[in-house]
Design a binder for this molecule. Sequence first.
Ligand SMILES: [Zn+2]
Length: 124
Amino acid sequence: MTDAGYDEWLDAVGENEGYYLECPEGHGALPPRRVCPECAAADLDRAALPESGTVETFTVCHVAGPSFADEEPYVTAIAEFGPVRLTGVVRGTDPEDVTVDTPVEADKGTNETTGEGLLVLRVR
Ligand SMILES: [Zn+2]
């Protein structure tokens, strides 16, 4: 059950059942993974994703690429959730209000242009 793909993981996040993969040493990783990226342990278990994380770095994108044409400007951020870092699009606030340490929760959203799922970091 640890070799699920990213899409399945994203569905779980959207159902408030987000998780990460934890190795015996306590390293965290996101699926799909068969071995720990830090120590190569093959014994990965699912652990519950922390309910909230904090923005670590972010980028305000003013020039939208084709797939984000309906969403500009937008902010992409890397947020720390315990031992894992999630990259997603920040929603729930104005782009200029995002700062390092902004608390966010992970959710599944939809790219309004392509209809594909994407990770949303929703400001709490
Ligand atoms: Zn490890």
